[in-house]
Design a protein around this ligand. Structure first.
Ligand code: C5P
Ligand code: ZN
Length: 475
């Protein structure tokens, strides 16, 4: 990432800011469309907050993908349409359907098609910056918001949440790098964010420590991952108390000394099993939203991300957007309940997949999860992410699909690991090509992508994906 690339990117964000401000000055109506996942919800929150501060007239909609049906709701003739965390993959569709509108795209997905002058297209890929790991949709929205008004630097933590929600912590020790690192610096300077190196288990603010240990898959600790009683015994052995009188202790409650003991015991444990590489994954960067209440999922940026994912995937995205815009009252209370429901559904779906071997099949080059009518199409992406991190053969990408019967389509989510991308696999390209061959649409990132295809062509689609992955692996 060169300074000149960054400058060109920031310049395009400033163009977006200008057109947004001009529209508000003319009292124009702004429609915001954002993506349904954590990053998209965070992006919507950032734009929503910036527009509120401008006293703008606007409306936010969260959607899983851009489809012709959505474009029809534009009958109330907005003066400007802003797409965040989506749009770049649909440039031709937007040109064709929305040619007469002013459009701003704030996205980080791979670009398909050529934009016209009536579009302001802000996307890191246009400037040779990696949109899969160096900046998220919320990050792009953040740079536009910051260009609207410097005051919006206080939204930096939301962009960090978006990036972590999109699993962009791909640098050494799970650090955010690239443009994400600049956003982290803004957040730290504003006194809103602390960056710590710590045990990097998920749930540090909210989960009882033994459950945190038992539920970790990254690092995977055989004999402890998935086994709560074993992790209770492990902690007891180290003389680390799991409870105070009135409540369970979370990772955040451990003293430095306790953490050190835990870390070195886990390292010894992993080494004794020959898992030298996993030891490096014990410690990593943790991003703390220092002004948020302790013991809430808002304080740890990774947990915040999961909360937003839950809101989006459980059809309650407006609650997520409200929390991102600052609501810590009723919206936060509601969304906490939604998070519980989300966890329950994920566990239910994972259990269902594991119940019968035909629900997850291994083909020559990929794994396929047959969610069909059982898995919710909005949650299939999360299921795909979770399953792909613990595959018997991690060299094979995984696709999971669910039926959206009323629309006659299957929703597919594809995931793989960086090592496979390094060998030349680009799931975004594969999803696009396979979907188009089967009368659908697809796209995304190299490691995580998705598609929609007509239900009756799903088997054909799976065959094409299997074949294309094989081709890319062979170079
Ligand atoms: O839906 P899912 O989480 O599987 O999507 C993975 C990524 O691929 C997301 O970032 C999503 O926006 C993108 N995607 C896309 N075009 C599609 C489907 C998904 O760009 N048709
Ligand atoms: Zn995103």
């Amino acid at each position: 990432m060169h300074e000149s690339q960054i400058a060109a990117f920031l310049d395009s964000a400033a163009k977006a800011a200008k057109i947004i401000k001009e529209t508000v000055e003319e009292d124009g109506l702004i429609h915001v469309f954002s993506h349904l996942d954590a990053d998209g919800v965070a992006a919507a929150g950032i734009i929503g907050r910036a527009l509120t501060r401008l006293d703008a007239r606007f409306r936010v909609r969260i959607t899983q993908w851009i489809e012709e049906k959505i474009l029809e709701v534009l009958a109330d003739k907005p003066d400007l349409i802003v797409f965040s965390d989506l749009g770049s993959g649909y440039v031709n569709l937007l040109k064709e359907k929305l040619g007469e509108f002013k459009i701003v795209i704030l996205d980080h997905h791979q670009i398909r098609g050529e934009t016209t002058d009536s579009f302001v297209h802000v996307n890191p890929h246009l400037h040779g910056i990696d949109g899969a790991r160096d900046i998220s949709g919320a990050g792009v929205a953040y740079f536009a918001a910051r260009a609207i008004d410097r005051m919006n630097v206080d939204l930096a933590p939301m962009a960090v949440v978006g990036a972590l929600g999109d699993l962009q912590d791909k640098y050494d020790q799970r650090m955010l790098g690239g443009l994400n690192e600049k956003i982290v610096e803004d957040g730290v300077k504003a006194g809103l964010l602390n960056v710590e190196k710590d045990l990097v288990f998920f749930g540090r603010e909210t989960r009882p420590i033994h459950r945190t240990l038992a539920s970790t898959t990254h690092p995977f600790i055989p004999g402890i991952s998935g086994e709560e009683d074993k992790s209770l015994a492990f902690l007891a052995n180290l003389d680390i108390k799991t409870r105070t009188d009135d409540k369970w202790r979370a990772l955040r409650d451990l003293s430095d000394d306790e953490k050190k003991r835990l870390c070195s015991a886990l390292a010894d444990y992993l080494l004794s099993r020959g898992l030298r590489l996993e030891v490096a994954n014990l410690i990593g960067y943790v991003y703390v939203l220092s002004r948020e209440e302790p013991w809430t999922p808002l304080r740890d940026a990774r947990e915040f991300g999961v909360l937003l994912n839950a809101a989006g995937r459980m059809d309650r995205s407006s609650l997520g957007v409200a929390v991102c815009m600052g609501d810590r009252g009723s919206a936060f209370e509601e969304v906490s309940k939604v998070l519980e429901e989300y966890r329950r559904s994920i566990n239910k779906y994972l259990g269902w997949v594991m119940e019968k071997p035909e629900r997850m099949r291994e083909l020559e080059n990929i794994y396929v999860v047959y969610g069909e009518d059982y898995i919710d199409d909005k949650i299939v992406g999360a299921i795909s992410s979770i399953l792909s991190s613990g595959l018997p053969n991690p060299e094979k990408p995984l696709i999971a699909f669910a039926n959206v019967v009323e629309q006659g389509i299957a929703k597919i989510s594809a995931r793989t690991v960086d090592a496979v991308v390094a060998r030349g696999v680009n799931l975004g390209d594969i999803m696009q090509a396979s979907a188009e061959q089967c009368g659908g649409k697809g796209g995304g990132h190299n490691v995580a992508a998705g598609a929609q295809v007509p239900l009756d062509r799903i088997d054909e689609f799976i065959g094409v994906v299997n074949e294309l992955v094989g081709k890319q692996l062979k170079g």
